[in-house]
Design a binder for this molecule. Structure first.
Ligand SMILES: Nc1ncnc2c1ncn2[C@@H]1O[C@H](COP(=O)(O)OP(=O)(O)OP(=O)(O)O)[C@@H](O)[C@H]1O
Ligand SMILES: [Mg+2]
Length: 269
């Protein structure tokens, strides 16, 4: 298998103390590889977003070590954190939380170019790059300049997030239910854009979802999360076609079997 880009040993997050203690993530181990698409599947409250925030460095890790590109992660200073974020980026459930509402869209995109070391490029080159990124997600840059993020629809905002990723070209993209706010049609488009982004930029994607059917459809590997623990992981085929944990079997049984032939004998029996 290709090189490890992100791995963790015994990653744990405990919120609160004493009676109020919640173990949101409980000693999870993982190893993600270059260009891999991994889904983390679990019900609400299983600890998915908490894990994502630790991976991004937005939440401290109570216990355990994270390794990025084969080395122990060090985000102890602001500078080191900024450097780390060149390699790992996220798309969140709520696109409204992802932007500074007081920054116009061009400055959101310009920040991405600057972060990649393009601050000194001529203005015309920057506009060309921003136009290309918007084109990639079917947005028109010329119509967005001078607008604020809150002037966009939810779906446009989500596409703008992908345009940011296209400019930032991180090694790893964390996508925490990025399609939850939009209808099924735009959802398929967004997923398609993410997959295309992986092919063009060569990213590794960590996709967080409740939907085991979707995970099966898009992933190379699947990790199943229950009460803060990974109860099962492996290739999407192994985990979903041949599940060993009861929890995984339950998640699979909850999926409406739209493709299964209707069993009249059973229905009438
Ligand atoms: N800041 C916090 N303080 C205290 N408890 C928290 C905090 N954030 C999350 N938790 C708790 O940790 C557990 C895991 O929450 P988390 O948001 O990671 O779940 P999730 O799997 O992302 O759920 P969902 O699918 O609904 O987004 C929950 O019990 C939650 O109440
Ligand atoms: Mg969540």
């Amino acid at each position: 298998m290709s090189d490890s880009v992100l791995s963790g040993k015994g990653i744990t997050k405990v919120f609160g103390f004493g009676d109020k203690k919640t173990i949101a993530v409980d000693h999870v181990d993982f190893d993600f590889h270059e260009r891999e698409l991994v889904s983390i599947v679990g019900e609400s409250g299983s600890g998915k977003t908490t894990l994502v925030k630790m991976l991004l460095g937005l939440l401290s890790v109570t216990e355990g070590d994270i390794y990025f590109m084969g080395k122990k992660r060090d985000i102890s200073t602001r500078g080191k954190k900024r450097e780390y974020w060149k390699g790992i980026q996220a798309i969140f459930q709520d696109p409204f939380s992802s932007y500074n509402m007081f920054h116009k869209i061009d400055s959101v995109l310009l920040d991405c170019i600057n972060m990649r070391g393009g601050a000194g490029l001529p203005r015309s080159k920057k506009i060309e790059m921003m136009t290309e990124a918007c084109g990639f997600v079917n947005l028109k840059f010329a119509e967005l300049t001078n607008k604020y993020p809150f002037e966009l629809s939810g779906g446009q905002m989500q596409r703008l997030m992908i345009a940011r990723i296209f400019l930032l070209k991180p090694k790893i993209l964390l996508a925490d239910e990025p399609t939850s706010m939009i209808d099924a049609c735009s959802r398929a488009t967004i997923l398609d854009m993410l997959l295309q982004c992986r092919d063009e930029v060569g990213m590794m994607i960590i996709f967080i979802t409740h939907d085991i059917g979707l995970a099966y459809y898009i992933s190379d590997s699947v990790y199943i999360m229950e009460h803060g623990k990974f109860v099962e992981h492996g290739s999407a085929d192994d985990v979903i076609l041949n599940p060993s944990a009861d929890y995984t079997k339950r998640l699979i049984n909850d999926v409406p079997k739209i493709h299964a032939p209707w069993d009249f004998g059973k229905a009438l029996g």
